[in-house]
Design a binder for this molecule. Sequence first.
Ligand SMILES: C[S@@+](CC[C@H](N)C(=O)[O-])C[C@H]1O[C@@H](n2cnc3c(N)ncnc32)[C@H](O)[C@@H]1O
Length: 373
Amino acid sequence: MSNEAFQDPDLYVVDSAHCPDDWQSETTSIGSSIYRGLMENGRRYQTLRNKDYILPSDERQFEAYEAGHLVALIMESERNNPFFRSPIGDSPQHILDIGTGQGTWAIDVADMFPSATVRGVDLFPPPVSWTPPNCILEVDDVQQDWTWREQFDLIHMRIMIGSFDGTEWDNLYKQCFDKIRPGGWIEQLEVSPIIETDDGSLPPENILNDWGPNMLGCGERAGRDCDTFDTMAKKIRNAGFVDVHEKNYKWPIGPWPRDQKLKDAGTVNFQHWINGVEGWCMWLLTKFGHPQPWDKDEVHVYVAKLRKELKDSRFHIWHQGRRVWARKPMPSGALDNAEKGSMTGVYWTEFTDLVASHRLCSQSSRGKGPDNF
Ligand SMILES: C[S@@+](CC[C@H](N)C(=O)[O-])C[C@H]1O[C@@H](n2cnc3c(N)ncnc32)[C@H](O)[C@@H]1O
């Protein structure tokens, strides 16, 4: 056997003393390995958390996030604020977006509320080069203990389906409850993977009918239930939140609806699906596919078949979206004089400020129903 050492042809050499190669650096290795992620089946996955996250964090998936963001906005386009429904008033101070993805929601909300510091947090660094000065995008695992010192007016989550097991969801809602100010809000928007039709235009044997049950089955086997849209309201209530509101949406897939708003939403949602579908199922099917884990090529064939059917505009298909928003109650006996006497001066001042700001919020939304703040 030859003792000759062969050169790694994939090693990229930077020929500059001022910009050393990544492997020579003493300071950038952790950061750059987080950016580099883990390549598997042609997709890039986060490496910050020891436990896998089911979706890739790569440009293709970010395109899908962008489209999903637009669909959510179009579905609320008749409202002045299409980003959320929680009645937090016009000058919130602290807002958090968990699982911010590309960070687009956090950036848009920071633009809309200059009074607020809007934080977006994700396992993978959001791929943005500029944010408004009041928007901070952070890389962290929200299943770890939180180090933010502020109390949030609003904590928002969107399309976190399949991110956590049941206990992790409970922990997360508890951390949210602890970190939201009394009278502050939590809000979550989720979508169902089940593809539906109202007019029977999708034949029962069509592969699109298989998608939802297939994903739900994989999620269950993976211990990452994909029915978050059904379970979140109960879990939010169990964490102690009150005034729990729900709004259901039909997110059309494709430009088939007559109504212009729904046609626009369906056109963008079609792109959401076309860009997203491979990433949504690659990890789940190659690890937890039925009857045994699928190989990458099987997934590619499946995705190609799904895409072909998604393009058929004779199918008037949609999937369900659901928004839940709920309030953290004020402490019981908040205005009780006996309790007031037992509080320290600092605590009491902060507390009365909170009560006052809560009253302002209540006044601004007085007389308006939960669905039309
Ligand atoms: C489907 S994406 C949705 C992104 C964004 N919310 C949106 O609607 O466009 C879910 C995001 O949650 C992030 N995520 C999952 N688990 C997380 C964790 N433990 N800590 C922080 N972010 C997490 C993922 O990295 C991913 O970017």
